[in-house]
Write a protein that binds this ligand. Structure first.
Ligand SMILES: Nc1ncnc2c1ncn2[C@@H]1O[C@H](COP(=O)(O)OP(=O)(O)O)[C@@H](O)[C@H]1O
Ligand SMILES: [Mg+2]
Length: 418
């Protein structure tokens, strides 16, 4: 989806009016008039605009009154209809409404043929009847405070599309995780039980955190990261975990992320200290309760799945254990193209070949060194050249060694659950 969605700005007015105006007779009419829309826009009511190559292709606007917002209009340029843009715009708009402390969002849609002759005879003018859609937003008052207390927040939309390459991982996560959670009714029709907990494993820097955040962004759910180091500050880590999960259970929907989970659920052995034993036990007890409710997902990440307590990883607790490896050549090409801003002067094949075993994090690092070199040279043609990238790559070493890859492949065989 190659569009960008930004907040409405004053200089968007003409194109937004054009969009509203030209789409009104395409079944996109609204109970709000163009004049009302313009007045909302000029009084800085929430609105977003989607742009493709500099051209506005869609817009969504609302007005807020009290704790309720009315979606006034979603207008999509004809060529862009049916491509998911309307829901993308609505999601972005809702995000701004939630930030404005709105807790009820109303959207009145036009509908056909519902009124009889009687009214017309009585002097009524026939207007399309309405279907009234309403959505309750949780992030208000205590819920907003709760989310803040937990250090959680709504991430911006579009993080999913910003994960470059990694097509096979993206595909798998989309089919197994995102779609069943996003479309629970469709999942239920096919007897698919949406996942409640997953673990992502793989070498450092391969994009596990990035995927966790992208899933939350894609679902439009708040993202709460539990940091054991911060929880431990409260004294007893097991008790802190229990109270964090209790607060989380009050949230309507949420993605909970625990990074480096091997630190709180290590293989238990005679040598494990008893405090850590208690923490692991606590987490084991908390997961079933967490799994009971809809609209939540626990994502754990680890660089070392073999150090995790096997009881922790049981199928009843985690639905999927998904490996996230170093990017293959196609994925590296996508990542390089992302970091070189798609400049066609950059020889992607050369970079792909020179970055075997490099993780996305390594590539990002090398790209930054190359950009810095280009900046310091400050020549007329902007951006780093192939030569800058290759010389940056020579200065960096991939984080992941062949031995680590061999271990990771062995872990896939013994642990992956797809
Ligand atoms: N597919 C990707 N495309 C572009 N950048 C990526 C991708 N995956 C990861 N990155 C970048 O690499 C860095 C490390 O990713 P991260 O998700 O933190 O890895 P991990 O959690 O596996 O250690 C981040 O700065 C992230 O933005
Ligand atoms: Mg990480």
């Amino acid at each position: 989806m190659n569009w960008l969605i930004h907040d409405y700005r004053e200089d968007d007015l003409a194109s937004v009016v054009h969009l509203i105006d030209t789409t009104a007779d395409l079944g996109q009419e609204s109970v709000f008039s163009l004049a009302e829309c313009i007045s909302a826009l000029t009084s800085r009511q929430p609105a977003v605009v989607a742009v493709h190559r500099g051209e506005p292709i869609g817009t969504a606007l609302a007005h807020v009154s009290g704790g309720r917002a009315w979606v006034m209009r979603i207008a999509i340029a004809p060529a862009w209809r049916g491509r998911g843009l309307a829901s993308a715009l609505l999601m972005e708009l809702e995000r701004r409404l939630v930030e404005a402390r709105v807790h009820r969002i109303a959207y009145v849609l036009a509908e056909e043929e519902m009124l009889g002759e009687g009214l017309r005879k009585a002097g009524y003018t026939r207007r399309p009847a309405v279907a009234y859609f309403e959505k309750t937003e949780p992030a208000t008052g205590t819920t907003a405070n709760l989310l803040e207390e937990l250090g959680g927040r709504l991430l911006s939309g579009g993080l999913w599309d910003r994960v470059a390459g990694m097509e096979s991982e993206k595909n798998l996560i989309e089919r197994r995780i995102v779609l069943p959670l996003a479309e629970p009714e469709r999942a239920a029709r096919h007897d698919v039980i949406p996942p409640r907990a997953i673990t992502l494993f793989g070498p450092p820097g391969t994009g596990k955190t990035t995927f966790a955040r992208a899933i939350a962004s894609r679902l439009g759910w708040p993202f709460v990261e539990l940091l054991p180091s911060r929880l431990a500050d409260e004294g007893n880590l097991a008790a802190a975990l229990r109270s964090a999960f209790a607060r989380i259970s009050e949230l309507e929907r949420v993605l909970v992320f625990i990074d480096e989970v091997e630190e709180i659920a290590p293989v238990r052995s005679a040598g494990t200290d008893s405090a850590m034993y208690g923490v692991t036990n606590e987490l084991l007890k908390l997961i079933p309760g967490f799994r009971e409710r809809d609209e939540r997902l626990l994502v754990c990440a680890t660089n070392s799945i073999r150090s995790l307590d096997p009881a922790f990883l049981r199928p009843g607790r985690f639905d999927y254990l998904i490996p996230i490896g170093t990017p293959d050549a196609t994925a590296r090409a996508a990542i390089w193209s992302r970091y070189s801003a798609g400049r066609n002067t950059v020889d992607l094949d050369a970079l792909v070949e020179a970055s075997e075993l490099f993780t996305p994090a390594d590539i990002e690092h090398a790209a930054r060194i190359a950009s810095q070199a280009a900046f310091e040279r400050d020549s007329a043609d902007a951006g780093a050249h192939t030569g800058d990238y290759l010389s940056a790559l020579r200065q960096c070493r991939p984080t992941v060694t062949p031995a680590a890859i061999a271990e990771f492949n062995a872990d896939i065989t013994t642990h992956a659950r797809l």
